[in-house]
Design a binder for this molecule. Sequence first.
Ligand code: SF4
Length: 303
Amino acid sequence: MPPLSDPKGQPDLKGKFDQATRDAIHARLRFYRDLGVGEFYRREVDPLLWAQPQPEQIPIQSPVAPQAAPEPPAAAAASLFPQVNAPYDQETAIAPRKPFPSAPPQAPPVPPEEHFAALKLIREEIGDCTRCALAKGRNKLVFGDGDPNAKLMFVGEGPGADEDAQGLPFVGRGGQLLNNMIAAMGLKREQVYIANVVKCRPPNNRTPEPEEAHTCSPFLFKQIDVVRPQVIVALGQTAVTYLTGEKRPLSGWRGRVHPLRGTKLIVTYHPAFLLRDPNQKKHAWADLQIAMRELGLEPSARK
Ligand code: SF4
């Protein structure tokens, strides 16, 4: 079954629905995404089924019309609901969800003075990558940015338009907000490491398809194993889903510390979501305070 694009992906509904219906569908998909539901599937039905003759309309009896002899109950029901289940009986079954491939085993630690060179090797291994469909639409591959020996690492979903143009993660409006979040923790951007689940921009900023994320995420795991931060902050649903291989609503992850590859994982909202709903910033700040506690940073460091 082909998945419907998520709200960021702006599913191609043109020509299928009028503008009002398209707007309503986009709004509903955006609502579900903000709740942490990121994938939607449509059940395909053979169009020929809808070409079948419709059940005959039951004529409304006039009060003065002569009454027909009553049918036996079973026969009456059959005549009232002829073929009503036919299209549903013939629907194709929804394929079971593919299990997440397990993350690669953790690589042995690299001496701190070799982190920079080790990250460079991973970048070289990626090369001019065409391993997944996202290669087609990218301008610049966005590998990662920051201190190779960082104690804190942020993981996002994938590059947007600004990132694709500059080849750096989180440099657009969301990046500005992330910089502010880092500053509020009493750190500079150069002191943290930032990377994404996928390194090439998905078309129209849609959520990466599982195939794309699974193809690209092994490089992210390699980056994590080299940097070995004390704390990883996953920014949003896609990041935590592909870091952990487990899909659950963001509310099921936030507010607690989770073990991940020898580090501590903390989950908060993606800056793009915080730009759409600034009321959630206080909750994101609470998440960042958990990270600060784990890093031994003082909450009073907020500026
Ligand atoms: S998203 Fe990752 S796997 Fe896909 S083309 Fe880009 S670098 Fe390669």
